[in-house]
Design a protein around this ligand. Structure first.
Ligand SMILES: *Cc1c(COP(=O)(O)O)cnc(C)c1O
Length: 466
């Protein structure tokens, strides 16, 4: 399997190159040269497989030539052995034909574990075979940092440095990062805001001379292809549990960078019968504006109760555009160039119409989010986190056929967002799951460093493993 860039400026690359590179050199995103497909019979034959066996079936065409069958099986087993539910991704019924797919049983209680557990073990395997070591550097305002740290804690060939803004992330989120022990894990509390963290990471990627010759930075943000790939699996999983592929299902997905729902789109392209893919956005609604009014203009960031969806631009949307424009890299390069300069991107009617056939969207502000949490708890007793609430509401609002099961993706456990849940009327802090109950007693480890590139890079250079 080879990979090409959405901007058409790169010769086809191997899976390994793509995973280690993150972004394509022409500024585009990597996508498979051809998307593998499965027949209905083949998909039907997977009914009853365990999550990990299904993951092997779905992912193996993408890694062909880079990772052997046995290696892939081992990586998958290691990745999902840390999940605390036997089903890995259990489905819960919350109404007539309404379902919630719980993706929060991983070590950090959010769906990002599905991708980052896998990516950590995958990188370790690729590096081991090359006899190399790599350095992961990232900035976080919450979920991604802890999921990346958990994903790398057992990796021998990776040192990880995660920057968070000092005193500006919630206690639960900080503790999920800083209580993970390991000589290869480094938390940096930067004396600055999230933008400062991001700028420092960006600057370090563009000039890596502070690292020794044999170390390179690897990006694990949501544009990394391997993350998308690992997320395709649970779309097949949920469908198979509800009568697929003989019966169509729909998915409602709380969306930020468009990585999660793009995986659903790929599942559909690979042969899974999907009726609707519903995008839920918070007040940062660029995707909703684009799909409903062809308005993909950049607005200011709004801080919401669903912080993991606070984005100005959805980076993975470019991957969908590439398909909508019949995989014409030159067309995407010029669209993205126009967007960069004017702050707006207007789609052609035909391409927009094609997207609207499969995708629907809905926007929900903070007030609406709280109302949905309250209402769902009152009627079904099921407690939603603020991100999931947006997905659930979007699924209800956009549903076209009540006979088709609507599966809302639950992307985080409510205990991660106690303030929002209490604001919605829940009387106490939602309890952390059993295995995390002692989070507030665990020892924290982090380094407070000034907002100064040289200071951070010096810390990194002097804390690499042998
Ligand atoms: C990251 C995240 C999202 C958004 O996912 P995208 O792939 O960026 O669209 C939604 N909910 C939670 C809890 C998240 O952590």
């Amino acid at each position: 399997m080879k990979y090409i860039s959405t901007r058409g400026g790169v010769a086809p690359q191997s899976f390994e190159q793509v995973v280690l590179a993150g972004l394509a050199p022409d500024g585009g995103l990597f996508v498979p040269e051809t998307i593998p497909t499965f027949s209905q019979d083949e998909i039907a034959s997977w009914a009853g497989l365990s999550y990990t066996d299904l993951a092997f079936k779905v992912m193996s065409p993408f890694v062909a030539g880079a990772v052997s069958d046995n290696e892939l099986k081992r990586i998958i087993d290691l990745s999902y052995s840390t999940f605390r539910h036997r089903a890995i991704a259990p489905l819960v019924q919350t109404g007539h034909n309404d379902w919630v797919l719980e993706l929060f049983h991983g070590p950090t209680l959010a769906f990002k574990d599905f991708a980052l557990q896998f990516l950590g073990h995958l990188l370790d395997n690729l590096l081991e075979k090359r006899g190399e070591k790599a350095v992961i550097m990232g900035a976080t305002s919450g979920d991604t940092g802890s999921a990346a740290i958990e994903g790398c804690r057992r990796c021998r060939n990776i040192d990880i440095f995660i920057l968070h803004p000092h005193n500006r992330v919630s206690a639960v989120q900080r503790r999920q990062m800083t209580t993970v022990a390991g000589s290869n894990i480094h938390n940096i509390a930067l004396e600055g805001n999230f933008d400062d963290c991001q700028n420092l990471v960006k600057g370090s990627f563009s000039d890596q001379t502070f690292l020794p010759q044999d170390r390179k930075l690897v990006a694990v943000n949501s544009i990394n292809w391997a993350r998308i790939m690992a997320q395709i699996v649970y779309y097949f999983w949920a469908s198979l549990s509800l009568g697929g592929p003989l019966r169509k299902v729909s998915f409602a997905v709380p969306t930020g960078n468009f990585g999660d729902i793009f995986a659903g789109y790929l599942a559909h392209k690979m042969g899974l019968p999907v009726d609707q893919l519903v995008i839920g956005t918070n007040a940062n609604d660029i995707l909703h504006r684009c799909l409903s009014a062809n308005d993909h203009s950049r607005h200011q960031l709004i801080h919401s109760l669903s912080p993991s969806m606070d984005i100005m631009v959805s980076s993975n949307f470019e991957r969908l555009l590439f398909d909508l424009y019949n995989r014409d890299g030159a067309a995407i390069a010029s669209l993205m160039d126009e967007f960069k300069h004017s702050g707006n991107l207007v789609l052609d009617r035909e391409e927009l119409g094609r997207a609207q056939g499969l995708f629907a969207s809905h926007r929900l502000d903070d007030e609406g989010t709280l109302a949905v949490i309250r209402e769902e708890y009152d009627t079904s007793g099921y407690l939603l986190d603020p991100h999931t609430a947006i997905g659930v509401a979007a699924g209800r609002h956009c549903r076209r056929d009540p006979a088709v099961p609507m599966i809302a993706l639950a992307t985080a456990h409510p205990a991660k967002f106690p303030d929002a849940v209490k604001k919605a009327g829940y009387p106490q802090d939602p309890p952390l799951p059993h295995h995390m109950a002692d989070l507030f007693e665990r020892t924290e480890r982090f380094e407070v460093i000034a907002n100064d590139r040289a200071a951070v890079q010096n810390f990194m250079a002097t804390h690499l493993s042998e």
